[in-house]
Design a protein around this ligand. Structure first.
Ligand SMILES: [Zn+2]
Ligand SMILES: [Zn+2]
Length: 417
């Protein structure tokens, strides 16, 4: 169909609504007139719809539109306001939203009802679309309704634009080779961040954290305003994270740059010597849910000390008895203040031991997500059953613990070990 035939359809629909009589005394601009039938036919703009209706039906045009009071003469101005905000960040996709005078919205709603219209378009939607069209004409910019990089909301009454930059997400895996770095920043337990003698006025319990070592270079590179770190579970401060590394997603808020030289950032992070990242890549919000909800089994290496000498033969026998065994772990005393006190059942998937000296052994343990390894070894005064200490009949404790592999091809809830 040609444009002219489409306009005939629009005029035909408009003819059925007594427009001349009902609009008399309420002058209306072409855009507002066309918008009353904005969803009749396609491939037309509201200006040409309005003009055609006016000419065919002989509707008079006053000096100022009763409905919009000149709002649509300001589209060019609104697009310039948005354009100015857009200079503040690099992006490719955007979406326009708007707030318009509620009086205009009331007038158009009452007119729809009064004229018994069904195929109208709202003023707001026209503003959004028309401003979007102007900006989309700029090279490299594209409107995106599902997942835009930025959203500009125009307040047409105050000529103000709220410019929202959506976050970006970076996936990676980290290894941690130090025993005094927590995954996330801890406030000083004595002053809760205010700064005191105990924390040397730093306000924190540990000088740095995995999230800071990873987040700061990425924050600088993307010129973001902040970040939040989401790990697939966490290890204790004194536990090293080795092997294939732990998956994480870093969320960066209000980034001015959305593309990153990952290789450069990776080597910057790895200069820390204590945290090493691999596989840095663009990610999304969905990935956070995925790694937070996962239940990955993990493999550990532990160095344990016995209170009295243990025979290698006995140790190997006891360890073998743990294969595929379920252990019942009441919430450990060291975390019970932070966690619900309940009994969790966890399966030990593999357990090997070799004696180093008569009172020291190296253990290799593979266990379900959420198994408390230190308590599996020392028994936590009977709160974990069975335990290595209980089965051997000798007190023992974990001296050093490392996560040596995260088996993330299967599923975990990210609970701590
Ligand atoms: Zn108007
Ligand atoms: Zn302090």
């Amino acid at each position: 169909m040609t444009g002219a035939e489409n306009l005939d359809d629009v005029v035909a629909v408009a003819e059925d609504h007594d427009l001349v009589e009902k609009l008399s005394g309420r002058p209306i601009c072409d855009r507002c007139l066309g918008r009353l039938f904005g969803k009749v036919s396609t491939g037309l703009d509201n200006l040409s719809r309005g003009r055609a209706i006016r000419e065919s039906l002989g509707i008079e045009k006053g000096t100022e539109c009763w409905l919009c009071e000149g709002l649509f003469d300001e589209i060019e101005k609104f697009s310039k306001l948005v354009d100015k905000e857009m200079e503040k960040a690099e992006f490719e996709t955007f979406l326009i939203g708007s707030r318009i005078d509620p009086e205009v919205e009331n007038r158009e709603e009452s007119l729809w009802a009064e004229l018994n219209l069904q195929q109208f378009e709202a003023a707001k939607s026209e503003i959004n679309r028309e401003v979007g069209k102007i900006l989309e004409a700029k090279p490299g910019l594209e409107v995106n309704f599902e997942n835009p990089d930025v959203v500009a909301v125009i307040d047409t009454m105050f000529d103000h634009v709220e410019f929202n930059i959506n976050p970006i997400f970076v996936y990676g895996r980290y290894k941690k080779s130090a025993r005094d770095i927590p995954q996330t920043t801890w406030q000083c337990l004595s002053c809760w961040g205010k700064g005191c003698e105990k924390c040397n006025n730093t306000g924190r319990e540990f000088a740095t954290s995995v999230e800071e070592i990873i987040g700061t270079p990425l924050l600088e590179e993307t010129e973001s305003e902040g970040f939040s770190f989401h790990g697939a579970g966490r290890e204790d401060v004194d536990v090293r994270m080795l092997g294939n590394g732990r998956p994480f997603v870093l969320q960066l808020s209000r980034p001015k740059k959305r593309t990153t030289d990952f290789e450069k950032v990776q080597s910057k992070i790895n200069e820390s010597k204590v945290v090493e990242v691999t596989s840095l890549q663009p990610s999304n919000r969905q990935k956070i849910i995925e790694i937070k909800g996962a239940r990955y089994p993990k493999s550990y290496k532990a160095i344990v000390e016995f209170a009295s000498p243990v025979q290698e033969q006995k140790l190997k026998e006891v360890v073998r008895s743990f294969h595929s065994k379920e252990v019942a772990q009441q919430t450990p005393q060291r975390v019970v203040r932070r966690r619900a006190d309940k009994v969790r059942k966890r399966k030990i998937l593999g357990f090997q031991a070799s004696l180093r000296e008569d009172k020291t052994a190296e253990l290799l343990i593979k266990a379900e997500a959420g198994t408390y390894i230190k308590e599996l070894v020392d028994g936590d005064e009977g709160r974990t059953k069975p335990s290595l200490a209980g089965s051997l009949g000798v007190d023992c404790r974990v001296k050093f613990l490392d996560v040596i592999e995260i088996h993330d091809e299967v599923g975990s809830d990210g609970e701590e070990l």
